[in-house]
Each structure stands twice: as C-alpha cells, then as structure tokens.
Design a protein around this ligand. Structure first.
Ligand SMILES: Cc1cc2nc3c(=O)[nH]c(=O)nc-3n(C[C@H](O)[C@H](O)[C@H](O)COP(=O)(O)OP(=O)(O)OC[C@H]3O[C@@H](n4cnc5c(N)ncnc54)[C@H](O)[C@@H]3O)c2cc1C
Length: 295
C-alpha cells in the first residue's frame, strides 16, 4: 500500500511573474496551486491528494479585481472571491444572474475565501458558476511562463475534476462579453440543502430581435447532469428564430434531456436528475424571456 506523506514544500508567490516562474520550475513535479484553499484543503485533509509542492497564489493581489467596460464586458481576476462577485454593484446592474448564482454558493464563510476561478478549476460537475458562464459566452484566460491562451467556458472542464489547465499553467482571468440589447438571463439550481452543490442546475440567456418578438439568440448551460457543466446546443436551436412560448420552452427542455448524461447517486437517480434539469430549464427560460422583454 502506498504511504501518503503529508509533508510538502510551501511556495508563496507575490506576483504573477513569480507564480508563473514557480509553475514553470515545478511543472513536472507533483504540485498544486492553492488560492482560497476551500476545496484544496478539504482534499488534502481527507488524504485524497498529497502534493509535494504547494504554490500559494492568494498573495497575487493584482489578480483580485472585477472590472466592467461597455465595450470589453466584465473581467474577473483569478483571485476575486465568490463574495466579491455577489456584492459587486456593477455585476448586479449588468449581470444580475451572477449575483443570484453566488447567493446560493456554499456558506458566506466559504464565499469569503473561495475564488470563482478556484471553484471552476476544482471542476466539480455541479459547480455553480459553470452554467451561467456558459450561457454568458465567457472565456477563461490561462497563462504559463511566456504564453497565454483563452478557452471557452463550455470547453474548460474536460471531465470529473479535470480541466484544460495543463501543468505549468494557471487561470488568470474570466472574461464575459457585454450583453447585447434585449437580452435576459437567469440561473437556478436545486440542492437538497441550502448552499450545497446542485443535483441539477440551469442557466438560460435569451436575446430577442429588435421588435422583441422572436428569439435572436439563445444559450443554455446545465450543471450536475454530466461529467462537466454542459452546453445544450440542440435545445438552443429549438428556440432560435422563433417566438418563445411555454410550449416552445417545453420542447427545448425535452431536447435538452437527450443532451445530458446524469449519473445515479444516493441523492437521486439519473432519471430524476434528467427530469429535474428539464423542469429547471423551463422555469429559468421563462424568467430569462421576461427579462429580455423588459431589457
Ligand atoms: C462546504 C462547501 C460547500 C460548497 N458548496 C458549493 C456550492 O454549492 N457550489 C459551488 O459552486 N461550489 C461550492 N463549494 C466549492 C467552493 O466554491 C470552492 O471550494 C472554492 O470556490 C474554491 O476556490 P478556492 O480559491 O478556495 O480554491 P482552492 O481550494 O485553493 O483550489 C481549488 C482547486 O483549483 C486549483 N486552482 C485554484 N486557483 C487556480 C488558478 N487560478 N489556476 C489554476 N488552478 C487553480 C487548485 O490547485 C485546486 O485544485 C463548496 C465548498 C465547500 C468547502
């Protein structure tokens, strides 16, 4: 049996350059980045992982920001916490879906320490920010020493607890485009205990045409119903170009149910989660539509 040692070398970084240098030096070693530590500490405490090096990025205050620009949209630095997103006045004004999502992430204590980027990097399939970021067409900026790349939110998580972040890389920013006129978005999740991970969650973004009659664009993100948060592309196609009604949303929900792959667990069967996702999609789509009509 492999002996798990709890010893590790602690490497605190104070600048992005320093962190990227450390990542470059240790990219072939068994290391882990720590930000707020809310998921990492739990995994270490339960001996699920025992990294030899811990690269601490909590001191990268340069990445602790939430900036909005009408042209560029919203930029969330990798050290921005759930709580700062929840409490941001500009986010509430421009992207209320994100504040509403944050209100039900874990506890206030966890939201105070936990970063949004760290939550995404932990890559739980039911991660709350996943579906809204897919609906909002977000991208994640990933940096390594001397290089940068961006990945679409729906391609960031690759599998259970696995992401597009490769050894030597770290997420530095989440980018969300400015929303076009006549756009509404909403998210909800269902969990058995308030603030717990979702059994299923749904985010819908709807953009109506100039006359506010037909759907010009739709984006749907679903959580907890596959190995990663998913984009329901076929369901989006059901809505595009048509006048959205409750019947059309029900049709889209039926299609979405064929695009997901929930697994059974003690908290619910796969069939239950599939039904739940469809129900949430219908409800969320209705609110997104109302918001688009008022926008
Ligand atoms: C009791 C409890 C309940 C929770 N409930 C929910 C919930 O309902 N919904 C939800 O969405 N989340 C929930 N969470 C998860 C929580 O939101 C995350 O633990 C937290 O946001 C992770 O951020 P962190 O900064 O603490 O990351 P850390 O714990 O420090 O890191 C998490 C992982 O991400 C990696 N990492 C961190 N930052 C970066 C980066 N910039 N680049 C690359 N890799 C990075 C780390 O190496 C590690 O693998 C819950 C957590 C707890 C403890």
């Amino acid at each position: 049996m492999k002996t798990i040692t709890t010893d590790f070398e602690y490497l605190p970084a104070t600048t992005v350059e320093e962190a990227l240098e450390m990542l470059s030096q240790h990219k072939d070693d068994d290391y882990k980045i720590i930000a707020g530590g809310q998921s990492l500490n739990t995994a270490m405490k339960h001996r699920l992982i025992a990294p030899e090096y811990i690269i601490d990025i909590k001191g990268l205050t340069d990445l602790d920001y939430i900036n909005f620009d009408e042209k560029e949209g919203l930029k969330i630095g990798a050290l921005a916490t759930h709580r700062s997103l929840e409490k941001s006045a500009i986010v509430r004004e421009k992207y209320s879906i994100l504040c509403e999502m944050e209100e039900n992430v874990a506890s206030v204590e966890t939201r105070n320490w936990g970063t949004v980027a760290g939550d995404l990097c932990n890559a739980d399939p039911a991660v709350d920010p996943g579906p809204p970021l897919i609906a909002l067409d977000a991208k994640l900026k990933i940096a390594s020493k001397g290089e940068e790349k961006t990945v679409d939110a729906e391609e960031f998580a690759l599998d259970f607890f696995e992401t597009a972040v490769q050894p030597g890389e770290m997420v530095t920013e989440i980018q969300i485009p400015a929303l076009p006129p006549n756009t509404g978005a909403y998210f909800t999740k269902y969990s058995q205990i308030h603030g717990d991970y979702a059994l299923a969650s749904a985010a819908v973004l709807i953009t109506l045409d100039k006359k506010k009659e037909a759907c010009a664009n739709a984006r749907i993100g679903l959580g907890g119903v596959g190995s990663t948060p998913l984009r329901a592309r076929k369901a989006e196609e059901v809505l595009k170009g048509k006048k959205i009604t409750e019947a059309l949303l029900a049709e889209a929900a039926e299609v979405a149910k064929t695009e997901i792959n929930p697994i059974s667990g003690i908290e619910g069967s796969a069939d239950y989660k599939r039904e739940l996702a469809g129900t949430l999609l219908k409800r969320v789509g209705k609110v997104a539509l109302e918001r688009a009509q008022k926008a």
